[in-house]
Design a binder for this molecule. Structure first.
Ligand code: AMP
Ligand code: MG
Length: 522
């Protein structure tokens, strides 16, 4: 085991790709470069909020000198063998090309060889970069808690994601107009250190294609393949297509995961989709409570709900189409790209069906038609069934008759008993079909329950839970952050002492800012 601060840097992205020749840190368009050098701002009085013990354990890293580590992870000190930088990328925001975006408040502070993997360490909220546009480069405590907790929770749910190593307060105040209603308020500044083998996004390719910078586009694609998809072989048109196919496949898998656990990203712009198929950029995300495909937590998106839960798989396809356009100059053939996109639709539909059947504990799936699942979704929506509770209760080991199924519905609905009763007939019909399918299962009920519990989490980071942690932390009490972090290390396990978090959204959280609605302000 090594101490993190003593790891040697082994720059990969910043050695193999092109640096911006301008070294000064001012807002600008950056042409013909993949990144710009940028230093973090000195924080006034850095203070720990949390450090991910599970990250340290996974990568066999020792904390070592905690004061030194705090300095590195707050931006107060630099790794002395590394030139920190911000990445250049563009993106389609809400369906429109937005031009250059880039790391406006993210600075890569290290590229360390950890456990045989080249990991990029990035501080989010450590000050402005050439890509900050009109914003300040900082982040506030509430959004940093949300990013920190959710990154780690996602990892423990077994869903690809960037990791979060640490969360610190900077000791500075940052002004934010949270509701965009002309009432800015001073909030606590914070920095999350997030970690991934790569922070390259779809938008990283789009920016070069949009500018006709084919050389830089090719360099980035070749770099990405060589370092992150080496099994695909030497660069060639065939390899570029194989690369695209792999990204399509990973993105499809990610969408199936999000739909499985009820995660709504909230801002699926092309700059927020990772080339590795990881969940990245936790902003106004949310977790489905009552099953509602039309739900989005993002107040900025309320009018069109482009990024609503039920639309995520289609948006991913739209974003993949933008990536195909960006790669086109290197491939110059439309048909094979279209073919791959076409396969996404087919494979997603198959994968989603399989996943939903498995959530129901149905592994013999030949005779289960799509309508059976669509009906379930429809009834769950109409009965306002809490997604997490419903599937978890269904995973309990017990013989199921319609009465015990009704108990589950009663436990998980947000409707009144009378309202639910009005829906009983269609549930009865659906349950009849469910029982027919269950009878075909070959495994016993114990094994079936164990298996169901591996994909139906008991604990997710419900929106109100994160808000309770935030409210406490803003008063200087980090204990709820800690409690939720610990809880979400084992989302699939029954944790009897944590039963209070296994419950429906409380009424007070229904329309509270931060619980059901979130703005992009962070
Ligand atoms: P997002 O929608 O959060 O992924 O951000 C979109 C773009 O805005 C990215 O280029 C971010 O780096 C940038 N951005 C967001 N917040 C800030 C901020 N406070 N300061 C500078 N840039 C920001
Ligand atoms: Mg982003």
């Amino acid at each position: 085991m090594n101490q993190l601060s003593e790891y040697k840097n082994n720059p990969s992205f910043s050695i193999n790709l092109k640096a911006d020749s301008e070294k000064n840190n001012f807002t600008r368009q950056v042409n013909h470069a993949h990144f710009s050098l940028a230093n973090s701002v000195q924080p006034k009085k850095p203070e720990w909020v949390h450090l991910s013990s599970s990250f340290l354990k996974d990568y066999e890293v020792e904390v070592g000198d905690k004061d030194k580590l705090l300095k590195l992870l707050s931006g107060a000190e630099k790794f002395d063998d590394f030139e920190s930088y911000a990445m250049c990328y563009g993106g389609h925001q809400f369906g429109h090309w937005a031009g250059q975006l880039g790391d406006g408040r993210a600075i890569n502070i290290a590229e360390l060889e950890v456990n045989g993997e080249n990991l990029k360490f990035q501080l989010k909220g450590a000050g402005p970069t050439p890509y900050s546009r009109r914003a300040d480069g900082f982040a506030v405590l509430r959004s940093s808690i949300r990013e920190y907790l959710c990154s780690e929770a996602m990892h423990h749910l077994g869903i690809p994601t960037t990791r979060a190593l640490s969360l610190v307060k900077t000791g500075d105040l940052v002004s934010r107009d949270m509701l965009y209603n002309g009432n800015p308020k001073d909030e606590f500044g914070a920095v999350v250190c997030r970690v991934s083998p790569s922070f390259i996004r779809f938008g990283s390719f789009e920016i070069f294609a949009s500018r006709g910078e084919k050389e830089e586009l090719k360099q980035l694609v070749n770099y990405t393949i060589k370092n992150h998809f080496p099994e695909l072989g030497e660069p060639s048109k065939a390899t570029y297509l194989a690369f695209f196919k792999e990204v399509v496949n990973r993105t499809k898998e990610l969408m199936i995961h999000w739909q499985r656990v009820g995660f709504v990203h909230g801002v699926m712009n092309t700059d927020n989709l990772s080339i590795l198929g990881q969940t990245i950029d936790y902003g106004p995300y949310g977790w489905l409570e009552n099953y509602d495909p039309a739900w989005t937590p993002n107040t900025t998106d309320l009018e069109h709900k482009r990024y609503r839960f039920g639309r995520q798989p289609n948006v991913a396809l739209w974003n993949l189409t933008q990536l195909a356009n960006a790669l086109y100059p290197l491939i110059e053939e439309v048909e094979p790209l279209q073919q791959i996109l076409h396969e996404y639709k087919r494979d997603y539909t198959l994968g989603f069906h399989k996943m939903m059947c498995e959530k129901l504990g149905l592994y013999v799936q030949e005779e289960i038609n799509e309508e059976f699942i669509t009906q379930l979704e429809d009834y769950m929506e109409k009965s306002q069934v809490d997604m997490t509770l419903f599937f978890r209760e269904l995973s309990a080991e017990k013989a199921m008759d319609f009465n015990s199924f009704l108990d589950i519905l009663e436990k998980s609905t947000y409707l009144s008993a009378d309202e639910l009763k009005a829906q009983q007939t269609h549930w009865e019909m659906w349950f009849g079909k469910y029982q027919v399918h269950i009878e075909k299962e070959k495994i016993d009920s114990t094994q079936r329950s164990v298996q169901m519990k591996t994909i139906n989490p008991k604990y997710v980071l419900r929106n109100y839970m994160a808000q309770i942690a935030i409210d406490a932390a803003e008063k200087g009490d980090n204990s709820v952050v800690e409690e939720l972090y610990d809880l979400l290390l084992h989302p699939y396990s029954d944790q009897p002492e944590m039963e209070k978090w296994y419950t429906k959204r409380p009424d007070w959280a229904m329309n509270k800012v931060g619980c059901s609605m979130l703005s992009c302000s962070s």
